[in-house]
Write a protein that binds this ligand. Structure first.
Ligand code: DAH
Length: 352
């Protein structure tokens, strides 16, 4: 019996020497240590061993079992080690290679320009006030002094939402940021209706018009509106503020001019031009030969609009202005087609 155990051990270790991978090792384990392996049969047949040999056979069988288990563990660990070395050698992992750069995103050029405008206005004391993109006809037009059917509405083709039974007060996507003027004045005035506080705010955001999309017009674009209301505010304040704004935005040497204009919600109204920064005012295709670029509309807040906002026009005056960040970018970088802004072409966006 002891000889038989010697043989079992030798056979098993000999065959283990032929094992070179994990599946073969698994087979080996089943064959030599499994339930029906020769060694386990020795344990199973223990009852038949004469009494006086049992202790010796028992010890020898246990030694064999321990020896085979130890050999199994050794082989398993050296197979794992070999596998690791092989995969390192095959993978050619060069830990000294520089890492792959992470592509960082950036803000959309419109957002960048919007923020430039807002930060200049913030330095001048204008706080951001946001108002809804979906508006009522009253807010977007009527309270700004565009009555229903007024011809000035033709300047702003509108996208209406189909809501029944609203009469003259339809729902639409705001065509400009100016309705925020009414909302802001009403909110400020509500705090102290007899003595409404002075206002100095910037109203940024997306506007929508029912335009044929071309190189020069889009159905959506951003605006930034400014509004200052208080006692003794004059047209000089408007000119000073906007001239200063232009210098901060376009450079200290920027020259500006004001041209009389018309908006229903301001009186008087003016458009501000800056001297063409492409040709320096000599005349070029960008300024269409005039030497000037129109960059914003402005005016003294119309008394009716002040009243609609809850500010008594006999006591308060104010000025307002509105500009388009996309238009400013187009002028600054000579972008010849407004459709690039919402076209999501990465080759365009990456340039900013
Ligand atoms: N809301 C005007 C537009 O979209 C722009 C504008 C002009 C705003 C004059 C103003 C302003 O506040 O005073 O065409």
């Amino acid at each position: 019996m002891l000889d038989q155990l010697d043989n079992i051990q030798r056979n098993a270790l000999d065959s283990l020497a032929q094992v070179h991978d994990e599946p073969a090792l698994d087979n080996w384990r089943i064959t030599h240590l499994g339930r029906s392996s020769p060694l386990m049969l020795v344990f199973a047949g223990f009852g038949a061993v004469p009494k006086e040999e049992r202790a010796a056979v028992g010890q020898a069988a246990n030694r064999t079992k321990l020896a085979l288990e130890a050999a199994l563990a050794d082989t398993a660990s050296s197979l794992r080690q070999q596998a690791l070395e092989r995969s390192l050698a095959e993978g050619h992992l060069d830990v000294t290679l520089p890492g792959r750069p992470i592509r960082r995103g950036r803000l959309h050029p419109s957002t960048q320009q919007l923020r430039r405008v807002l930060s200049i206005l913030a330095e001048m004391g204008f706080q951001v006030y946001t108002s809804p993109e979906v508006e009522t006809d009253r807010m977007n037009f009527q309270l700004l002094n565009f009555p229903p059917h007024h011809p000035a509405r033709d300047m702003q083709d509108s996208l209406y939402v189909d809501v029944p039974d609203r009469g003259d007060d339809q729902i639409l996507l705001r065509t400009h940021t100016s309705p925020g003027q009414i909302r802001a004045m009403r909110e400020f005035a509500a705090a102290d209706p007899k003595n409404p506080p002075p206002i100095r705010i910037a109203l940024p955001g997306m506007c929508f018009r029912h335009e044929q999309i071309t190189a020069r017009s889009e159905v959506q674009f951003n605006q930034v509106e400014g509004l200052a209301v208080g006692e003794h505010i004059t047209f000089s304040d408007l000119k000073g503020t906007l001239t200063n704004f232009a210098r901060r935005m376009f450079g200290q040497g920027a020259r500006v001019r004001f041209r009389a204009s018309y908006f229903p919600f301001t009186e008087p109204s003016a458009e501000m031009d800056v001297e063409c920064f492409v040709c320096g005012g000599v005349g070029c295709p960008v300024c269409k030969g005039s030497g000037w670029l129109e960059i914003l509309g402005s005016g003294m807040v119309h008394p009716t609009v002040l009243e609609n906002g809850g500010y008594d026009p006999r006591r308060y005056t104010g000025f307002a202005f509105g500009m388009g960040p996309e238009r400013q970018l187009m002028l600054r970088y000579r972008i010849e087609d407004i459709r690039y802004f919402w076209g999501n072409d990465i080759r365009f966006l990456e340039q900013f």
